[in-house]
Design a protein. Structure first.
Ligand code: 5GP
Ligand code: ZN
Length: 114
């Protein structure tokens, strides 16, 4: 087993507040939520970031977005709206080097990423 935090969460070796899980994807509450709904959606396979995905693994994006729809519905933001963000690398402020989407919602958000 590698030393990756989200690999360990995905394998159930570190506890998290799981809101969705299937064979390839897990979704759990962010430890320090930035919105009333703040869920992290990860592949169970270790892939570092969007830019590290290669041809055999592109299906993971379908899996992650399918999971995002499930989560948005279960968290009651499917109709009201939600934001899906993935930070890719240093300039984007990625702090955990395992591909993940943030699903944020539950309030009206502003848009000022810089
Ligand atoms: P990034 O900054 O890489 O885009 O997002 C990493 C996210 O992981 C942050 O929002 C941070 O709060 C969250 N996080 C870091 N460590 C843990 C943890 O141990 N458990 C959970 N549930 N979230 C974590
Ligand atoms: Zn990992």
């Amino acid at each position: 087993m590698n030393d990756c935090l989200f690999c360990k969460i995905g394998a159930g070796q570190i506890k998290s507040d799981v809101v969705y899980e299937d064979q390839r994807v897990m979704a759990f509450r962010d430890l320090t939520p930035k919105a009333p709904v703040h869920i992290l959606i990860i592949p169970k396979k270790h892939i570092e970031r969007v830019s590290a995905v290669t041809e055999p693994d592109f299906g993971i994006f379908a899996d992650l977005h399918r999971a995002a729809q499930h989560v948005a519905k279960s968290q009651n933001v499917f109709e009201s709206g939600f934001r899906l963000i993935t930070n890719n690398g240093k300039d984007a402020g990625q702090t955990v080097n395992h591909l993940h989407y943030h699903l944020l919602g539950g309030k009206a958000m502003t848009w000022s990423p810089v």
